[in-house]
Design a protein around this ligand. Structure first.
Ligand code: AMP
Ligand code: MG
Length: 649
């Protein structure tokens, strides 16, 4: 586990596989040891351009603020002893000196016993005076004098020199990010130029023949380059100056040229993809040719993120992140951000943690520290952390999470109901106003739109109907959207309600057979005829649904025991069925009308599925739940649902 990677490989130019898998901590330790200490690169900035910069040095006050004893009010500078006997019945009369101290005027005359000098807010206290009386507490007296009917204490309404900022005081520490408040302190001290850490220039390269940049049309079998955009943004968020160099195909020569150029022009290089065992995975081999000492760690006992490769090439950090966006983001935040922040002169990021109970069992791989993204909701006795995981390929499991928890390297699972520490992605948890856990539907997004517009925070967690019901029974959500068909009673949803739950009718989703428009076997016939035609043609491939889905029950009934080609392809969602047919991986399947419509497929209606809500009665009176009920009842939402192909129950 702790053996160093073999140095000989560097010169052979090839380093094919994870030679040694390091623990996360050991990989970080070696990477940091190879990079630090290093001289901070600094630059001078005018105060007006300093916003967002990290101070390179401590700032020590060059002067006192205020620079002199200053009046806080409009009134008269006095000697407090003169007024020691002043009271309602015993006014004291003071003679006014013939000057008035305005803001910015240096006093010329001393305040002698028995006298006072008019002074404005911000004016410097004259010699002899030790307090100020507010003008409201005086009355003009005969001659050029004033009468005072209350005593004053020494120092009243005076800000002493240096009381705000004292000369020699350390005002701001190196590493502080300059915001408007820091700008204020610097300006008050008269500082016009500050020395800030120069943002490290970080080149970002995506690799893969399959990548297309957002904005361009997607070719078949291609995907959008997600990592390029997120890594670029995350670098800028953490004090770097990212330069995105685009996606490079899996071609050794092109990739090496791009990486060499990137390294010449920047302080750090972050590549994503091409770091695992695949035939087209080149990036880590190229790194071995880019400079010394080369690869520091390749393969970290970390999930997501095992294929992470850390290198230092002639003093510059080179990182190859795993290709899967969630793995790429997670390893970037966990292991690269600390290095980047240090190079950018920023203090380590403060990660806030909260305790939460995990209601479900989490399977984990033995021997790797596993990080699981979670969404937080408020339960009966404290926070509940729901794994958002859809696998390391899912961008949403990172983007929609509140934070993550760690399953120990030596555990093969985390049992349900474990109390865990959740590291937050944001400084604070904001508990959602309404929590909806269960089966997701695009219609649901329409209903929650007005809530979101009204400033309510809506949290929806897609765990399927049964998972939603379990959450509702445990009181972890307000509503559980479900579409469960009961074979015995041949009804939807109601038979599944437990005590404490009531049914809130949602909408109906027409289910039917989908096919590519123009397919003669399906065009213009009813469902039974379509199935007969499909079964009669041995080349006709079905895409099925997973066991337990209401749709699956319909399919099995229609098939009446037949097992056509494709039967064992059992995706878990309406969308996956439509995509399979639209991409001609299958000829037919069963999905809901709005999805068929969205994919431009032919549709033969068969039966309506009931999409309803199990409402937790005890939470019904909550304002956000009421807002949901109201939204569901409005004409506007009904119309929007109808337009999207849903029929209101
Ligand atoms: P690789 O590490 O290159 O083998 O990639 C692993 C997986 O991540 C593959 O499914 C890639 O298509 C995907 N992937 C790689 N790079 C990106 C990227 N920049 N954006 C989105 N997905 C990516
Ligand atoms: Mg790749």
């Amino acid at each position: 586990m702790t053996e160093a990677p073999s140095p000989n490989n560097r010169d052979s130019g090839e380093q094919d596989q994870f030679l040694t898998i390091l623990s996360r901590e050991e990989a970080v330790r070696r990477f940091e040891a190879a990079l630090f200490p290093r001289a901070a690169v600094r630059e001078q900035r005018r105060l007006a351009d300093a916003l967002g910069g990290a101070l390179a040095d401590d700032v020590v006050a060059p002067l006192d603020v205020p620079p002199f004893d200053r009046s806080n009010v409009d009134g008269f500078a006095v000697r407090s002893v003169d007024l020691s006997s002043a009271g309602e019945g015993t006014p004291v009369r003071l003679v006014l000196n013939d000057e008035a101290i305005a803001c910015g005027t240096a006093p010329a005359k001393a305040v002698l016993p028995g006298t006072a000098t008019a002074i404005a807010t911000g004016g410097p206290l004259p010699r002899g005076a030790d307090a100020v009386v507010m003008v409201e507490h005086t009355q003009p007296a005969s001659g050029s004098g004033i009468e005072v009917r209350r005593a004053v204490s020494p120092g009243q309404f005076v800000s002493y020199a240096g009381s705000d900022i004292a000369r020699g005081e350390t005002l701001l520490r190196a590493g502080t990010v300059i915001g408007s408040r820091e700008v204020g302190i610097l300006a008050a001290c008269g500082i016009a130029d500050v020395s800030v850490a120069r943002r490290p220039r970080v080149a970002v390269i995506s690799t893969g023949d399959e990548l297309v940049q957002p904005g361009s049309p997607l070719r078949p079998a291609a995907i959008y380059d997600t990592n390029g955009a997120i890594i670029t943004a995350a670098i800028d968020e953490n004090g770097g100056d990212a330069v995105f160099l685009g996606a490079v195909p899996d071609d050794d020569a092109q990739l090496e040229a791009a990486m060499r150029r990137a390294l010449l022009e920047s302080d750090m290089l972050v590549v994503s993809g091409g770091t695992s065992k695949g035939a087209g995975d080149l990036s880590h081999r190229i790194v071995t040719r880019l400079g010394r000492p080369g690869i520091i760690a390749h393969g970290v006992a970390l999930k997501p993120g095992k294929p992470l490769c850390l290198a230092v090439c002639d003093g510059k950090p080179v990182v190859i992140l795993p290709g899967f966006p969630t793995s790429a983001m997670f390893t970037f935040h966990d292991m690269i951000v600390p290095v980047l922040r240090r190079m950018a002169g920023l203090p380590p990021r403060a990660d806030a943690k909260v305790g939460a109970k995990v209601p479900v069992r989490i399977a984990s791989e033995l021997g790797r520290a596993e990080f699981v993204m979670v969404s937080l909701v408020e339960g009966r006795d404290g926070l509940i952390a729901y794994p958002t995981g859809k696998g390391s390929g899912a961008i949403t499991s990172f983007a929609q999470a509140d934070g993550f928890l760690r399953v120990d390297t030596l555990a093969d699972h985390m049992p349900a109901d474990t109390a865990a520490d959740v590291t937050l992605f944001t400084p604070h948890v904001r508990a959602p106003d309404i929590v909806i856990i269960g089966s997701h539907c695009t219609g649901l997004d329409l209903v929650t739109t007005p809530l979101a517009r009204a400033g309510l925070m809506v949290r929806t967690i897609a765990v399927g109907s049964l998972g939603g019901l379990a959450a509702a029974r445990r009181g972890e959500c307000d509503l559980a959207p479900i579409h469960l068909f009961d074979d015995k009673t041949e009804t939807y949803n109601t038979p599944f309600l437990a005590e404490g739950l009531e049914l809130l009718p949602g909408w109906r989703r027409m289910q039917g057979i989908v096919f590519c428009k123009g397919d003669r076997r399906f065009e213009g016939v009813n469902a039974q005829e379509a199935v007969r035609a499909a079964l009669a043609d041995s080349a006709c491939i079905i895409v099925n649904r997973n066991q337990g889905a209401g749709t699956r029950i319909l399919i099995d009934r229609l098939l009446a025991g037949a097992r056509p080609e494709g039967y064992w392809n059992q995706p878990r969602s309406h969308n996956a069925v439509a995509a399979a047919v639209a991409q001609r991986r299958a000829d037919w399947g069963m999905t809901i009308a709005p999805v068929a419509q969205a994919y431009g497929l032919g549709f033969i209606p068969l039966a309506e599925e009931h999409y309803d809500f199990a409402l937790v009665t005890a939470r019904k009176q909550r304002p956000a739940v009421q807002a949901f009920l109201d939204a569901l009842a409005t004409e506007e939402i009904r119309a929007a649902l109808a337009l999207a192909g849903f029929r209101r129950a």
